[in-house]
Design a protein. Structure first.
Length: 120
């Protein structure tokens, strides 16, 4: 879990990139975010909580993103392809937002697999 230390400042780059990662998860077919069994995989900003996304600023202005996902079985494609599809969406979104130079490493973890009946 990560959070902003200065709640009075405007939304940080870290939270903006975490929010973009959450949107990319929503647009990736066959996956949902998971905050994990203890609820620790999330990013908290002044007005935002983004489950399944851990965003860490590296001290040089770049933000590394780690996402934790549950995949629906059977997946729409190989998990490696799903991960690459997610990374591409996030990098495009960061570019559109003028933040591509701030986006660091992007890692994707598939923490669980569920069937249609388990999601209902």
């Amino acid at each position: 879990m990560t959070s902003d230390s200065d709640a009075d400042r405007s939304v940080s780059r870290r939270v903006v990139l975490a929010h973009l990662a959450g949107q990319a998860i929503d647009r990736t077919p066959g996956v949902t975010a998971t905050a994990g069994p203890a609820g620790r995989w999330k990013t908290i900003g002044a007005q935002h909580t983004i489950p399944g996304v851990v965003a860490v600023e590296d001290g040089r202005g770049r933000v590394d993103i780690e996402v934790h996902l549950v995949v629906l079985w059977p997946p729409p494609m190989a998990l490696e392809q799903l991960g690459e599809q997610f990374r591409g969406r996030l990098r495009r979104s960061a570019g559109t937002a003028g933040m591509s130079e701030r986006l660091g490493a992007v890692s994707v973890a598939f923490d669980d697999v569920r069937s249609d009946t388990e999601l209902a």
